[in-house]
Design a protein around this ligand. Structure first.
Ligand code: HEC
Length: 144
């Protein structure tokens, strides 16, 4: 019984720590869509998802977009599962993602659409290997 109480207390502390961290971090994601809090990496991923949804809508309207994504902390953000981002596959794919983002095409819509698909494929390939849960959501980002 004591163990259970200790465990409950521990969980409460962890939850509170996450909540206060959440207040501090700046983000565009709408918190009401994600009521369960989450790690620094989870919030970064949600920001990416939101940004890609906005880009996708613009590209579908034939507009050109700016592919700047908040990925400076992709390698260092704290994940939910300790050690997840230390995985060599993670490190490799995160670096390749950052490299790809530097190659963005500027003006032509069709080129931008192809580039966008490349972006979504890179989200998906890391997820296939390391974190398949959000794949369905990611695949929905693909252009028709
Ligand atoms: C280098 C690997 C990698 C790449 C690239 C990557 N992700 Fe992730 N993603 C992860 C990991 C690991 C998690 C688990 C984060 C956690 O729980 O702390 C995650 C979590 C998520 C989540 C769930 C967040 C939540 O609510 O808990 C979504 C959605 C997501 N990623 C979308 C994307 C999108 C969209 C892209 C492309 C722009 C992308 N990811 C690129 C590794 C990656």
């Amino acid at each position: 019984m004591k163990k259970i109480i200790a465990l409950l207390l521990w969980f409460t502390c962890v939850m509170v720590a996450c909540e206060s961290g959440k207040e501090k971090s700046e983000r565009r994601s709408d918190p009401s869509r994600y009521p369960n809090g989450g790690s620094e990496l989870a919030w970064l991923m949600r920001d990416l998802t939101d940004s890609l949804e906005i880009m996708r809508a613009s590209l579908l309207q034939g507009k050109t977009v700016n592919f700047d994504l908040p990925i400076d902390h992709l390698l260092s953000a704290v994940p939910t599962e300790e050690g997840k981002t230390d995985d060599p596959h993670y490190q490799e794919m995160a670096k390749e993602f950052q490299r790809y983002l530097k190659e963005q095409p500027i003006a032509i819509t069709q080129e931008q659409k192809d580039y966008f698909d490349g972006l979504v494929n890179r989200c998906a390939s890391c997820h296939q290997k390391l974190c398949p849960g959000p794949l369905q959501k990611i695949n929905k980002l693909k252009l028709p």
